[in-house]
Design a protein around this ligand. Structure first.
Ligand code: DAV
Length: 374
């Protein structure tokens, strides 16, 4: 893994005014670890099997391809949804118990077809993973231009809260709505895991917000089967020259979302996926590098959309407290050994839908300002 390009590289700007102790804007989050005050947590009710689009096929586990092909547009098994929903409630209770304000999107029926003048989708997907849809960088909350047609209208179930944030002074921005024509996709593409080729091209900007990770003024991003250079350039220009955007490249044959690969935990501490991060990114050479143990999930556990590396997809409540899956003992031990305070929550049934605690959330407000950490 190496930084292949620095976007928006400007002269060094060290520390901005740290607003600690004063009032923050309603939308305020610069990194993954400042004390969390308000968070969006997804909902999984209504989760629907998406069409086997080119960029879906490029990212889901191969043993699910036939299932998606046969069942697109139908709901995922109700028992699986119910079990995941129960874990989300436990997660919300934990967050609220820690004094954090939790907002939830509207539950909408995704098992309904829709389309544009160019294409049709048998249904939507879910509202379970707000991390893909929205990114907060500083005082802006930004809607992503998603590359999956099955996620075209997903953001609508978050609009009530976005309107509310706007009314309370939040800066609300949406990236240009993509067209997603057939020629945007590359069905012929076969990944080697090490090339710079993906299932989408550069016709228009797209990204999933979960391909970005925030470390103060340094923002890290991977290109993937849903995030292209054009999308990265759009975001870099939108957030402006207070930030530097760095592209990272990992060894991953199904790249989509960097947060089960590369997870800065707190200043000086970086959690890496040992299979994908074969090198330490150069800016992190002086950091404490922690390699995530493999998930303890049994092979028989259904994983519809992702690998079991979602065990390292954790949420930091501050520089010490970390929400971890209850049964991931080796990872829990690693956190303790490195001075972190794990807070345990069942989440294996939620994993089945393709994400962990980081995926299931968007941190809208953390207590802290813009700083340099690397
Ligand atoms: O298998 O590493 C994780 C996806 C998180 N939204 C993976 C994908």
């Amino acid at each position: 893994m190496t930084i292949v390009q620095d976007v928006n590289l400007l002269e060094e700007i060290k520390t901005y005014a740290n607003t600690q102790g004063t009032n923050y804007p309603i939308v305020n989050s610069y990194n993954e670890w400042d004390p969390l005050e308000e968070v969006i947590v997804g909902v999984v009710e209504g989760a629907t099997i998406p069409d086997l689009e080119v960029a879906v096929k490029a990212t889901i586990p191969e043993d699910q391809i036939e299932y998606f092909q046969k069942n697109a547009g139908k709901k995922f098994p109700q028992e699986a949804i119910n079990a995941a929903a129960k874990e989300l409630e436990e997660f919300v209770n934990i967050l609220e118990g820690e004094g954090i304000t939790v907002r939830r999107p509207d539950k909408i029926n995704q098992a309904r077809s829709y389309g544009t003048q160019e294409w049709q989708s048998k249904g939507g997907l879910y509202q379970a993973m707000p991390r893909d849809l929205l990114i907060v960088i500083g005082d802006q909350i930004i809607e992503s231009p998603l590359a999956w047609r099955s996620r075209y209208f997903e953001i609508f179930s978050f609009r009530e809260m976005l309107k509310d944030y706007f009314k309370k002074g939040g800066k609300w921005v949406a990236a240009p709505k993509p067209e997603l024509p057939d020629h945007f996709y590359r069905p012929e593409y076969v990944s080697t895991g090490n090339d710079d080729e993906y299932a989408i091209n550069e016709f228009e900007p797209t990204f999933d917000a979960a391909d970005f990770i925030r470390c103060g003024r340094d923002i890290f991003v991977q290109k993937s089967n849903v995030t292209n250079d054009f999308g990265i350039d759009w975001l870099a220009r939108q957030i402006g020259d207070k930030f530097r955007v760095h592209k990272l490249k990992f060894t991953d044959s199904h790249p989509m979302h960097v947060d089960a690969t590369f997870m800065p935990l707190a200043p000086g501490h970086l959690l890496l996926n040992p299979e994908r991060a074969t090198e330490i990114p150069s800016l992190f050479k002086s950091w404490n590098i922690m390699y995530s143990p493999k998930s303890t999930l049994p092979k028989s556990h259904p994983m519809y959309m992702s690998s079991s590396w979602v065990n390292m997809n954790i949420l930091m409540l501050d520089e010490k407290r970390v929400v971890v899956e209850r049964q991931e003992q080796p990872l829990i031990d690693l956190f303790k050994k490195n001075g972190f305070e794990p807070i345990l929550c069942d989440f294996r049934n939620f994993y089945s839908f393709g994400g962990g605690f980081h995926c299931a959330t968007v941190d809208v407000r953390r207590r802290g300002g813009l700083q340099s950490y690397v």
